[in-house]
Design a binder for this molecule. Structure first.
Ligand SMILES: Cc1ncc(COP(=O)(O)O)c(C=O)c1O
Length: 371
């Protein structure tokens, strides 16, 4: 049979594209290392899991699994509109906020257009831009690895269609001040779309202004997710809040049933269990402080993180990651982000964090005696 080089048959932008590399699944590490137990601190999930109400709602929804889901996700959209005091037309739901980011970029940026984002911003901005055929414009971070908003403004050209900002940022954990964000929004021309990715908003909602108040800005798209604080990463539910007319355009790119019924039911129930969710957010923040103090004592804490993760800095970060895997612990090395000395560790439950700290001590002690 004739073999084809399918890579040469693709649309041009597919050729420079590479797949997103997620945190390693637990089952994969068990297979690779022949282990029976492993702990994952690699994808900024909520270790406490979904709320009891969300679990019950998914059980109930299984009985209707033979029916197509509500393609418009009417109930969930209404609940979100109510939560944020918006019109339902100002909400767009996605299969994770990842889909929301991709849909917006695909809808507004094509060949010859430019999308600006931080050099160490969330990697999906670069991937989605490349897939859409637009040009990527990464902008250098501040020395603290935060978004350099002035440099981003300076990078705007006639071709700029979208600017992407994660606040807090993943993987660097930095947070913009209210004033800095406000000034940036005011300075950007109104025809430019700003994707303000707030995947970790629940971890900072007590110390920052709610950016929903900026939605009068015509091009502002705020994205949020149920994958982090809400503990529903496997369900894949995210949403955008923006001008209704803007979202009507994006909606044309949406697959008809992009949110399955179990996911819709779980997210709706989780919204009704906010006290439970925020209690777990508080626990995560306490554990984050504990981890940060422990890493700071060893001089390997890299900056303050506002997300549900901490950053460790070590010249042998990749080796640390590999040795942690040998002990059954999955963390996230940031070499793919161009930060080879950094390791990102998601905050787990108390005992998981203890296991990490103990394993780290053991590995560092051996490394130190060897060097
Ligand atoms: C900043 C940021 N945005 C978006 C996402 C996508 O999350 P999801 O598609 O699960 O909503 C993530 C996931 O890690 C993230 O860190």
């Amino acid at each position: 049979m004739m073999s084809m080089d399918w890579m040469n048959q693709t649309v041009p932008q597919a050729r420079g594209l590479y797949p997103y590399i997620p945190g390693k699944p637990i089952e994969q590490l068990l297979r690779e290392k022949g282990l029976t137990k492993a702990t994952k601190l690699a994808s900024n999930e909520n270790a406490y899991g979904p709320s009891p109400k969300a679990i019950q709602a998914m059980h109930d929804a299984i009985l209707e699994a033979h029916r197509y889901p509500d393609g418009d996700a009417h109930a969930l959209k209404a609940a979100l509109a109510d939560k944020h005091q918006l019109d339902a037309a100002q909400i767009l739901l996605g299969n994770g906020s990842n889909e929301v980011l991709e849909l917006v970029i695909r809808c507004f940026a094509g060949l010859g257009d430019e999308v600006i984002y931080s050099q160490h911003g969330f990697i999906v901005y670069a991937l989605a831009t490349q897939a859409s055929g637009a040009n990527r414009v990464p902008v250098q971070d501040t020395p603290e690895l935060g978004h350099d908003l002035d440099a981003m403004l300076a990078a705007v050209t006639k071709q700029t269609k979208i600017v992407c900002i994660a606040n807090p940022n993943n993987p660097t954990g930095t947070l913009l001040s209210n004033d800095a964000l406000q000034r940036f929004l005011n300075a950007l021309p109104p025809h430019i779309i700003i994707i303000l990715d707030e995947a970790y908003d629940e971890f900072v909602c007590d110390i920052k202004q709610d950016s929903v108040q900026h939605l009068h800005h015509p091009g502002l798209v705020i994205s949020r997710t149920f994958s982090k604080a809400y503990g529903l990463a496997a369900c894949r539910v995210g949403y955008a809040m923006a001008n209704a007319n803007l979202l009507e355009a994006v909606n044309r790119f949406r697959e008809p049933f992009n949110l399955n019924s179990l996911a819709q039911a779980a997210a709706l129930a989780a919204l009704d269990d906010l006290d439970w969710v925020m209690e777990k957010v508080d626990l995560v923040k306490q554990e984050r402080t504990r981890l940060e103090l422990a890493l700071a004592q060893q001089y390997i804490l890299a900056g303050k993180s506002f997300g549900n993760f901490v950053l460790l800095q070590h010249p042998k970060a990749l080796e640390l990651h590999q040795q942690l895997e040998n002990l059954g612990l999955i963390t996230r090395p940031l070499a793919a982000y161009g930060l080879p000395e950094l390791l990102r560790i998601s905050v787990g439950k108390h005992e998981e964090n203890n296991f990490f700290l103990k394993s780290l001590d053991t590995i560092l002690a051996t490394m130190n005696t060897q060097s």
